[in-house]
Design a protein around this ligand. Structure first.
Ligand code: SF4
Length: 445
């Protein structure tokens, strides 16, 4: 369990010598608790205190990395049960399965499709994170041949799914430098799989049919020196899985129970589209670090990645766009200028409405610290002064010749003061973005 600032303070020398750059030991302790300082910055901390602090600063859920270079995926490392308590750090990785019974041509087509899956949402590009190669054929040869094709056509991290230790070892010989996840050791092959995973320094998934069995496997794997573990509590009815995942997360965070302090992988078994979405979204919310899907259909994947994006957006750091003057279409000196805030969702709601019907216009985006229009107005982050300042900084005077600016209808109250501070005529636009096309067509002059 992470220590509080006061707990940490009790372990520090309490001399207030300032060598760490903080005015007092208490201030340094608070920084440590917020992870804004490193213990090394205090030269006088005792070995005993160091040990206690290092142990307590170990994350309750281990951070495990897969893949290499730019294609590294990080999972785990979470510190809270609920996003609003702080934030979730590492979004659930989405893997698509490929099985080794596919013929060469079908295999290549599937890999190509997985590579091409991508969505643009609120300015972010969302893609599939990993490929899970399933040893459905039970043939080592076919598994290795399929692995070769994946490695030559994709840079995504791979999950090697086979219960045969020799097949896994042969696969690791080909790609251990890319840090694949080995799936899985179970009660039948634990010793052999641990030996292989250890030899190739590969993260190892442990698969069980109950939490008791998973607990036992985790203890035994740790005893054999396996530090990078991923837990697979098995595929059971959703209600049971949800309970298992919640127990694992609670025990690791609230009780600091080390055998469960690892990321969790869930295989989505349903063949029904709607159930696949329901299962996936449930596991993204609570508390899978990796989900493996068979479906590559966009209508299945879009709601899943959208859910993930929503859950893993830091509530304290709204997604923003750069404050500046944006152009839509081919605007000239007579084109309308609209203004809004830099909350990404606001921008990406307004932008397509401006573009609708082929309008050419400018959109001035102010820095509202990522708040939407009404919130920013209430928080005084979308004021006449801020808008006028942004107009000046973007030299709006020289961009258009008409000196008219359109503000969102919800903040009509800003118009008088904005006219005073900017010297521009202020027009009150529609309240909702959906009214923009009609406004530009019928009202803008
Ligand atoms: Fe306290 Fe150590 Fe900082 Fe000195 S260097 S003020 S002892 S925390």
């Amino acid at each position: 369990m992470a220590l509080s600032g006061l707990d940490i303070y009790k372990l520090l020398p309490k001399t207030n010598c300032k060598k760490c750059g903080s005015p007092t030991c208490l201030a340094f302790a608070m920084k440590l608790a917020m992870k804004k300082a490193s213990l090394d910055e205090c030269p006088d901390v005792t070995q005993q205190a160091k040990k206690a602090l290092e142990e307590s600063s170990r994350p309750p859920i281990a951070l495990i990395k897969f893949g290499s270079g730019d294609n590294t995926i990080e999972t785990g490392g979470e510190t809270v049960l609920f996003r609003h308590e702080k934030t979730f750090y590492h979004q659930t990785a989405i893997a698509i399965s490929v099985d080794d019974t596919l013929g060469d041509a079908d295999l290549l087509v599937r890999i190509e499709k997985i590579e091409k899956i991508g969505f643009e949402r609120v300015g972010q590009h969302i893609a599939i994170d990993m490929i899970a190669l399933i040893n459905k054929s039970l043939s080592s040869e076919k598994f290795l041949s399929a692995l070769d094709k994946i490695l030559s056509n994709s840079k995504k991290p791979v999950i090697l799914v086979s219960s045969d230790q020799k097949t896994i070892e042969a696969a690791l010989k080909k790609c251990s430098d890319k840090r694949p996840l080995v799936h899985a050791a179970d009660s039948n092959n634990l010793k052999d799989m641990c030996a292989v995973a250890k030899a190739y320094k590969a993260p190892l998934a442990l698969k069980a049919n109950s939490l008791e069995e998973l607990d036992k496997l985790s203890h035994e794997a740790a005893g054999m020196g396996i530090e990078e573990i991923v837990l697979d509590p098995g595929s059971v009815p959703l209600r049971v899985s949800l309970n298992d995942l919640t127990q694992i997360r609670r025990l690791s965070l609230k009780r600091n129970y080390r055998p469960f302090g690892f990321p969790v992988i869930m295989f989505i078994k349903s063949t029904d589209k709607h159930q696949t979405v329901v299962d996936s979204c449930t596991f993204i919310a609570k508390y899978a670090s990796i989900i493996v899907l068979d479906s590559i259909e966009e209508d299945v994947l879009l709601p899943i990645v959208t859910m993930r994006q929503n859950i893993y957006t830091d509530p304290q750091k709204p997604v923003t766009v750069e404050p500046k003057l944006y152009k839509f279409g081919s605007p000239d000196k007579n084109s309308p200028v609209m203004v809004t805030t830099n909350f990404s969702l606001t921008f990406y709601t307004v932008a397509p409405e401006i573009e609708a019907g082929g309008n050419s216009a400018y959109l001035l985006v102010t820095d509202s610290e990522g708040m939407s229009v009404l919130t920013a107005w209430a928080a005084e982050k979308f004021t006449p002064e801020i808008i006028a300042d942004t107009m000046k900084k973007t030299e709006l005077d020289s961009v258009v010749s008409h000196k008219k600016i359109i503000i969102p209808g919800y903040v009509a109250v800003l118009s008088g003061k904005l006219e005073d501070v900017s010297g521009w005529q202020v027009l009150v636009g529609p309240k909702e973005a959906s009214g923009i096309p009609k406004y530009l067509k019928e009202i803008w002059k």
